[in-house]
Design a protein around this ligand. Sequence first.
Ligand code: CAA
Length: 240
Amino acid sequence: MGRVALVTGGSRGIGAAISVALKAAGYAVAANYAGNDEAAAKFTAETGIKTYKWSVADYDACAAGIAQVEADLGPVDVLVNNAGITRDAPFHKMSPDQWRQVIDTNLSGVFNMTHPVWPGMRERKFGRIVTISSINGQKGQFAQANYSAAKAGDIGFTRALAQEGARAGITVNAICPGYIATDMVMAVPEKVRESIVAQIPVGRLGEPEEIARCVVFLASDEAGFITGSTISANGGQFFS
Ligand code: CAA
């Protein structure tokens, strides 16, 4: 039987491309989503990938959702922490709510999802945790003190947990996408987006599939010696 992969935020944007690529690579895939029922139904109709609704910001909901996925498909071998939100604002205008929402989803969500699957991966001596961080967690971004803090936190989480998983056959890695053509980036005001594209040496936004291919590689047996690392896929916009 093929391995089981669970992708958070897996029905739209980068997450949808990851779900589809993992299915094409032979995984039994579950796609989690938080809010957009219509997009999830359309995604399932188009791909045949079942979706599961819960918020990664809620620990108990994550534990219950993962239990449901495991009852349907079997133990989770590959967890892709992709779900993420933005609440951009210059810091002097950023509300405590905007701070909390982004930290709760983009950083605590990674803990909430990884913690329930970790004991099973340790027992089975195999696991792959791939967390989608961001270029803005590496370089910081104007109006994203919340998002940059959370995404930098994801990298620290990855480096710490990689050391704990190594002896148990679990790799823990992060991917830092640059600006990818998704709803999130399209929501940036057009003038700002144009100025961002001007800073990308390859001269274009990335495609979700370009991130999905990195995930498929990190999930594979062939990537077993890669752990605690960060793959940057940003068109040359930032080197770290
Ligand atoms: N660097 C320096 N100054 C900047 C700036 C930047 N990158 N962007 C905006 N500013 C300046 C503006 O020129 C303006 O200056 P003035 O007041 O002198 O005119 C000021 O900051 C903006 O002030 P406003 O009061 O108009 O700001 P606002 O409350 O309307 O907020 C904004 C506007 C939310 C910052 C909007 O410009 C925006 O969304 N910017 C994009 C932020 C961004 O890049 N987010 C990334 C989203 S994609 C993503 O996150 C995915 C990923 O992982 C890569």
